[in-house]
Design a binder for this molecule. Structure first.
Ligand code: SIN
Length: 301
């Protein structure tokens, strides 16, 4: 993908060359958009994966940033095992979990809910010093309509910035703060607040440790300020970046069915869940896979 002018007659804003050159052998991969997202077919995640299946899922994940599976009848243990294929599981600092399984967060909203998860664009728990690398969500009860989740590619958002903006942002860091997000957030589930919640400083441009590509790494959910610049400047830049990353050109939208699974890469993707299905109920289980400390490599593309 290459950057282009915001407006004008120089052709499309982004030109994606993210088309895989090699076919897959053990799974079928159908892209949702040229930029982000793919559905994976011909795989049963309740069965142990062969090494080629595992390798090709890793590849599809790296190539598409978020991958989707449909009609997967899996147990909670299958779900945990699947997550662990990609690394140790992360425990959410605030959210309620499935009884007896701290690594499995509950996603639940019904007619009595005061809120639903994920209604602001974010990257999961980016306030952690080592934020989760990926999230695997299964929706087990769907509303009749709505409840989609939107995903936005932060590679595409970074690529589409002007060269001048990229230069300005290179090397800057920003504060990601869990305190204003999590305090009191889950009281309707009977969750008592912790004394403190995590906060961390991360590079504004993050280099992906697997693909080596740069991604925009600030989000409306957690990022409160850019370090080392006046607050009014930080507010202005963040507000521009938050608006920029919402461009539908960088997005795909997933329509859930019962027993669908989405697996997204928090290092290069933000997501936003739609609570447009009230008073209906939507229920899911989520595991997140631990990640590493974000870094910026000045020579990354
Ligand atoms: C979240 O993990 O932020 C919620 C996503 C969803 O419910 O679709």
């Amino acid at each position: 993908m290459q950057s282009n002018q915001l407006r004008g007659n120089n052709g499309p804003r982004i030109k994606s060359n993210n088309i895989s050159s090699k076919d897959y052998e053990s799974i079928t991969v159908k892209k949702l958009t040229p930029v982000i997202g793919a559905e994976i077919f011909d795989i049963d995640l309740s069965k142990p994966l062969s090494s080629i299946q595992e390798h090709e899922i890793q590849r599809a994940f790296a190539e598409n940033q978020v991958i989707f599976f449909r009609n997967q009848i899996i147990t909670k243990q299958n779900h945990l095992d699947l997550g662990r294929l990609f690394g140790p599981l992360h425990i959410h600092p605030a959210a309620p979990h499935v009884e007896g399984i701290p690594e499995m967060m509950q996603i639940y909203a019904d007619q009595h809910s005061p809120r639903a998860n994920g209604e602001v664009w974010h990257s999961d728990v980016s306030c952690d010093l080592e934020p989760p690398m990926g999230t695997m969500l299964q929706i087990i009860q769907c509303p009749p309509h709505g409840g989609d989740t939107l995903f936005s590619s932060m590679y595409a958002a970074y690529d589409a910035l002007s060269d001048r903006m990229k230069i300005y942002l290179r090397g800057l860091t920003a504060l990601h703060d869990g305190e204003p997000v999590y305090r009191g957030l889950y009281k309707n589930f009977g969750v008592k607040d912790k004394e403190t919640y995590p906060h961390a400083e991360h590079p504004v441009i993050r280099t992906h440790p697997v693909t080596g590509k740069n991604a925009l790494y600030v989000n409306k959910g957690f990022t409160t300020k850019i370090i080392g610049v006046p607050l009014d400047e930080s507010d202005g830049i963040l507000s521009y970046l938050f608006e920029h990353m919402e461009n539908p050109l960088f997005q795909c939208r997933f329509r859930w069915e019962e027993n669908s699974i989405a697996f997204w890469d928090n290092r290069c993707v933000q997501h936003r869940a739609m609570w447009d299905y009230w008073p209906n109920t939507r229920v899911g289980n989520r595991v997140t896979i631990s990640g590493d400390k974000p870094f910026f490599n000045d020579s990354a593309p």
